[in-house]
Every structure is written in structure tokens, then in C-alpha cells.
Design a protein around this ligand. Structure first.
Ligand SMILES: O=C(O)[C@H](O)[C@@H](O)[C@H](O)[C@H](O)COP(=O)(O)O
Length: 225
């Protein structure tokens, strides 16, 4: 497959269209199977997509939702990705979803990773993955230069990896390449000119320099100014 790039006139149009595509893919999965899974990014970009998606008319009680990565901070911390999710996605109709919280309260991600992998494994392959990307071309918490990046990009990577990077303010847990890349549908959400430039840079680099590159070949990239 090759990457597909969809450009939208503005961020509202992007959110409406992307939420609709994700809901349709989840609905399709629910028509053919008992359950579906949705893996989403944190950061700041997905708020509007989340709010739109939370009202989608699908059987959320059969959908399991989890983040692709989490920052090791309490759930009510302003940098918690779980906090973003609970406020903007797990509400309205989507409040009925089954949610796997990556932040377990363990003192370090190292302690938490094995149990998180066991919680997520039954939900593979992931029906729909939504990824974000930083200007440094990281995705999930697979940052260029991260201490365990090579391990996270390996074909036999553990499903959930504790990771630290200079570009990340706190220790993190992240899903790794095999689980994310084997998803049935992969979407990448990008907004603004800097990310568009970073995407073009990433297309010419290897995943070890530009981790998002590991997921682009099978992805639909959604961009708005
Ligand atoms: O926790 C995180 O940092 C993420 O999940 C990360 O991969 C994010 O998607 C990008 O950094 C984009 O973040 P913004 O949307 O804030 O630009």
C-alpha cells in the first residue's frame, strides 16, 4: 500500500470527516465481529476529533479504547493523555466504551508495562489506530533518540514498552511498532505547516531517525492548516 494524504479546508472539516471515517471503520468491524478496538493519541491535536467521535452512533459497549502512549503522571495532571481522553472522547455515546487506562498508578512505567501488554493483547489486531506526530517526527512515544527506540521499532518488540527521551518531559509507556503497524486501519492526524514539513522530511528518512515513517506506508494522513 501507499500513503494516502487527505487535505481539508480547515480543522473543523478535518475533525468531522476523520471522526466519520473512524466511526464507519469501527461499525464495519462490529458488523463482522463481536468487538472492535480503537487506539488514539494524546497531545493537543485530537480534541475536536474526539468530541465529534464521542457522539457517533455505534455500539460503543463493544468497543475497547486505549491510548497509544501515556505520560507517567497522575490521571488528573494537565499533561495526562488519559485526562484528555476522559474529558473529550469517553463521554456522550462513547462513555459506554470499555477503556483500558495505560496509567496504572505504579511508581514506574517499567513495573506497569507487562500487565498493560496482557490487558491489550486480547484486543489485537487493533481495528483503528489514530496517530499524532510531533515536529521532531515522533509518534506515540517513539521519539528519535529515545533510550529504547530500536527495541520499540523491532519486529519482535514487546507490545508495551517503557521509554524515556530528551524530547519527552516525563517517563512514558508506548505501544510499539508491531501492534500499531498491524492495525486494520491507520490514520495520522496532522495540523499546521510545521507538521506538513515534518511529514515531508520523514518520508525521506528511516524509522530510527523519523519514527512516524514506520507507519506511513499503510496510513491515511489527514492534514489541515
Ligand atoms: O503523548 C504524546 O505526546 C503523544 O501521544 C504524541 O505522540 C502526540 O500525538 C504528538 O506529540 C503530537 O502532539 P500534539 O497533538 O500536541 O502536537
Amino acid at each position: 500500500m501507499t500513503m494516502e494524504l487527505k487535505e481539508y479546508p480547515d480543522r473543523e472539516m478535518l475533525a468531522l470527516s476523520l471522526a466519520d471515517q473512524i466511526a464507519s471503520q469501527l461499525a464495519q468491524q462490529l458488523r463482522t465481529g463481536d468487538a472492535a478496538s480503537l487506539c488514539v493519541p494524546g497531545g493537543t491535536s485530537p480534541t475536536l476529533v474526539f468530541e465529534t467521535l464521542s457522539g457517533a452512533d455505534i455500539d460503543w459497549s463493544r468497543v475497547t479504547v486505549f491510548l497509544g502512549d501515556e505520560r507517567w503522571v497522575d490521571g488528573d495532571h494537565k499533561r495526562s493523555n488519559g485526562r484528555l481522553l476522559r474529558r473529550h472522547l469517553l463521554r456522550d455515546r462513547a462513555a459506554a466504551a470499555n477503556y483500558i487506562d495505560l496509567y496504572t498508578g505504579a511508581s514506574t512505567p517499567v513495573e506497569a508495562a507487562p500487565a498493560l501488554a496482557e490487558a491489550i493483547r486480547p484486543h489485537l489486531p487493533i481495528s483503528v489506530v489514530l496517530l499524532g506526530m510531533g515536529n521532531d517526527m515522533h509518534t506515540a512515544s517513539l521519539f528519535p533518540g529515545a533510550d529504547r527506540l530500536a527495541e520499540g521499532l523491532a519486529a519482535d518488540a514487546p507490545l508495551v514498552l517503557p521509554i524515556r527521551a530528551e524530547g519527552a518531559e516525563e517517563p512514558r509507556v508506548t505501544l510499539t511498532r508491531p501492534a500499531l503497524a498491524d492495525a486494520m486501519n491507520i490514520h495520522v492526524l496532522l495540523m499546521g505547516p510545521e507538521k506538513r514539513e515534518a511529514l515531508e522530511r520523514a518520508q525521506k528518512l528511516d524509522p530510527i531517525q523519523a519514527p512516524i515513517r514506520a507507519f506511513l506506508d499503510n496510513a491515511t494522513v489527514h492534514w489541515a492548516e
